[in-house]
Write a protein that binds this ligand. Structure first.
Ligand code: PLP
Length: 397
């Protein structure tokens, strides 16, 4: 017998919360845990641009033949243009190669496994705190995980000097995981001069940035959110990107993302890409088509692209409005503590500063679910539930 001694795995800190939420019989319950966008009605609808692209695909798709190992070719091209813009030197020099991947998670895993199998690098630096799955994905791929300081809990701000002090210990060839924008879970991003400092540091110490880019367009805008990535790509010779369209296209269950590798020459990039494809072949052979066809259809047809950008802007603005309303509503509930930092954060998440006991009380007494670290998914807030959320927070503070 080989299965009887298997140990029960701990519940996933975020998806486990969703299970607990679903099992809660209270009708007034509110889920601010998992990172999915919700509209004012509390729904996560299919975008109109996606529906229109799917109608086109239904009419025009003529085969379900396998894709190549690296996926839909047009998709890989439009992904590069979305990440870097049309004019970036790395694209002109053909130093970037892109393979379709099953979501941002799949892209991270392929990137990590490629590095372990084909390079001397064994260490990845991740921010403290970071998305709960990073450590597990990287360790499972065979990387050693080290942490760099990121969050100053007292100031509720970026601990940039701490970040630099941690990365001073990084060795040549180490990977540095950077959130492209909308840092998860803190909502605090680097500004342009800080990105420049990190670019210089990576260049001088021969560190390899690994961008996790899961929220392009959710912060300030499609191009603004890519500024850090484009700046680093212009400076460092080698870089990896794992991007996801789960959030900005609302394609969560289509599992669609991409892994992009930049090398110091087109020749090196092409050789490295053969090994990226080999890694994919050994994992799932080749990717599914539907999500990639949706994204490439939208990005390559001007009228659909305009519609998608409008929908993305609506999502981004709704989250920003909820941040403002959240801060104002807490004040209106008589909360004295300064929560104005929430308005300065970007993307779906805010680090509220609530401690574990307060988070537990929110859940037990008020059926308001947030992650144990105090991370709140602002995208789950609506005009309708804001009053209840702020009353509950005021009561537990
Ligand atoms: N990276 C970060 C920072 C995320 O927040 C997420 C999803 O929440 C992912 C990666 C994974 O994205 P996907 O669902 O496309 O695998």
């Amino acid at each position: 017998m080989i299965f009887s001694d298997v140990e029960l795995a701990p519940a996933d800190p975020i998806l486990g919360l969703t299970d607990a939420f679903k099992a809660d019989p209270r009708s007034e319950k509110i889920n601010l845990g998992v990172g999915i966008f919700k509209d004012e009605a509390g729904d996560t609808p299919v975008l109109a641009s996606v529906k229109q692209a799917e109608a086109i695909l239904l009419a025009e798709e003529s085969s379900k033949n396998y894709l190549g190992i690296d996926g839909v070719q047009l998709y890989n091209k439009v992904v590069q243009e979305l990440l870097f813009g049309n004019e970036h030197q790395v694209l002109k020099d053909k130093r970037a190669v892109t393979a379709q991947a099953p979501g941002g998670t799949g892209a991270l895993r392929i990137a990590a496994e490629f590095v372990v199998r084909n390079t001397p690098s064994r260490v990845v630096w991740i921010s403290n705190p970071t998305w709960a799955n990073h450590r597990s994905v990287f360790e499972t791929a065979g990387l050693e995980v080290k942490e760099y300081a990121y969050y100053d809990a007292e100031q509720q701000d970026l601990d940039f000097s701490g970040m630099l002090a941690s990365l001073a210990d990084a060795q040549p060839g180490d990977l540095v995981l950077l959130h492209g924008c909308c840092h998860n879970p803190t909502g605090i991003d680097l500004n342009l001069s800080q990105w420049q400092t990190i670019a210089d540091l990576c260049f001088e110490k021969s560190l390899v940035p690994l961008f996790d880019f899961a929220y392009q367009g959710f912060g300030k805008g499609l191009n603004e959110d890519a500024a850090g990535l484009r700046l680093l790509a212009a400076k460092v010779p080698e870089l990896l990107v794992a991007n996801s369209f789960s959030k900005n296209f609302g394609l969560y269950n289509e599992r669609i993302g991409a892994v992009t590798l930049i090398a110091d020459s087109a020749e090196t990039a092409a050789v490295a890409f053969s090994q990226v494809k080999r890694t994919i072949r050994a994992n799932y052979s080749n990717p599914p088509a539907h999500g990639a066809l949706i994204v490439s259809t939208i990005l390559s047809r001007p009228e659909l692209r305009v519609l998608w950008e409008q929908e993305l802007t609506t999502m981004r603005n709704r989250i920003a409005e909820m941040r403002t309303l959240f801060v104002a509503s807490l004040k209106a509930e008589g909360v004295k503590q300064d929560f104005s930092f929430i308005e300065r954060q970007a993307g779906m998440f805010s680090f509220s500063g609530l401690n574990k006991q307060q988070v537990q009380r929110l859940r037990d007494e008020f059926a308001v679910y947030i992650v144990g670290s105090g991370r709140i998914s602002v995208a789950g807030m609506t005009n309708a539930n804001m009053g209840a959320i702020c009353k509950a927070i005021a009561a537990v503070l």
